[in-house]
Design a protein around this ligand. Structure first.
Ligand code: KG4
Ligand code: ZN
Length: 353
């Protein structure tokens, strides 16, 4: 029987500075201490993440995040068995902060270092639940930077089934919120208003591609922009009607129509992968999986296909270090570790089969 091991995990790929201590004993992976210091206030003024500001904030906040996670877990440096960080994909300046800190920490305690894939880690968050998922699995990662459907032969081997060709689903929520004059990040604002809106008020639909399950959300965003500001006037064409005024009721209707279009697009990609690959479980993670309509859609797909569903807990949907710890634990249990010269990578390396 393998012994109980403790991992300190760091996450700095975008705009959350996070640290967690997880414990694994060959079966369940448990979070002992978790700290996420969000940079939402740093970036809200700009309506999006400013990479240089993000890197600087990580430098300031990472040590406090590590201290908090270790205090909450009640562990000291010498108790740790490994140190991990998300090393791809992400903003390179941000990734380097967490990866450099994790390498230095691992070296100082003479324990293994692991660099893990952030996208895959969003699905590894499903291993933090009560029962571990069965494999092969299909996974949906929908966040501010990624919209991927993955096929997982086992927890460590993922291939790409479908992805967005332009905006990520969360990015689309953020930009839609900006068009509607709502706050940032936009997803929670749109979800809140959508609850009182009529999704049939506007016939919105996300893009799709013939012969591919890939996603596209940039046209949807443009359709929303035109619904708010009017369709641009074309030369030698009759004048376009003025759009309805953007009062609270109209805003709620547009949120409902937009959210339904995103949910239906994600549903199409997931249903097609589940029908074709017949997995033993369906996994989902990433910030957009916090959305109640997205969770309800996944529950319906899982029920229709009779596939057990593993949704990441809401706190482990948006970026966090516990999910990095979960994937690192799975890799450590498989006897894996990385050299201290492992590079940070801005792009995902998960490829199609
Ligand atoms: O996973 P995450 O923290 O960062 C990335 O890895 O990109 O996801 C952040 C994204 C943002 O775009 C945010 O608007 C979206 O997740 N999000 C939501 C909700 N909560 C967060 N989108 C829709 N509905 C929500 N309730
Ligand atoms: Zn993420």
């Amino acid at each position: 029987m393998s012994r109980h091991r403790l991992i300190l995990a760091l996450e700095t790929s975008c705009d959350e500075t996070a640290a967690a201590v997880v414990a694994c004993d060959g079966g369940a992976i448990r979070v002992l201490g978790d700290a996420v210091i969000t940079q939402d206030q740093v970036h809200a003024t700009y309506g999006g993440v400013v990479p240089e500001l993000a890197s600087r904030a990580h430098l300031e906040k990472l040590t406090p995040a590590i201290r908090t996670a270790m205090e909450r877990a009640g562990v000291a440096a010498q108790d740790l068995d490994a140190v991990a960080a998300g090393h791809r994909p992400g903003l390179i300046g941000s990734l380097l902060v967490g990866v450099s800190a994790a390498k230095a920490f691992a070296w100082s305690i003479q324990k293994p270092f692991l660099g893990v894939d952030h996208v895959q880690a969003h699905l590894a968050a499903c291993h933090l639940g009560e029962r571990p998922p069965a494999y092969p699995a299909v996974g949906l990662v929908a966040s501010g930077g990624h919209t991927h459907v993955l096929s997982l032969q086992d927890p460590l081997h993922a291939t790409l089934v479908a992805r967005t060709r332009d905006d990520a689903a969360g990015e689309a929520f953020d930009k839609a919120a900006s068009i509607l004059g709502l706050g940032w990040p936009g997803g929670p604002h749109i979800e809140r208003l959508a609850a009182s809106g009529d999704p049939d008020a506007l016939p919105l639909q996300a893009g799709r591609f013939a012969g591919s399950e890939d996603f596209s959300f940039s046209g949807l965003k443009t359709a929303l922009l035109y619904a708010v500001r009017g369709v641009p006037q074309a030369p030698h064409r009759p004048p376009r009607p003025e759009p309805p005024s953007l009062d609270d009721a109209r805003r709620a209707d547009l949120c409902a129509a937009f959210q339904r279009a995103v949910v239906r697009s994600l549903e199409r990609g997931v249903r097609s992968a589940v029908d074709r690959l017949r997995p033993r479980s369906l996994l989902a993670g990433g910030g957009v999986i916090r959305n109640g309509a997205v969770r309800a859609m996944l529950e319906q797909v899982a029920a229709d296909s009779q596939v057990p569903l593993h949704l990441s807990a809401p706190a482990h949907c948006t970026d966090n270090a516990a999910m990095i710890g979960a994937l690192a634990a799975l890799r450590l249990q498989a006897g894996q570790a990385d050299p201290l010269d492992l590079a940070s990578e801005p792009l995902s390396l998960i490829a199609r089969a």
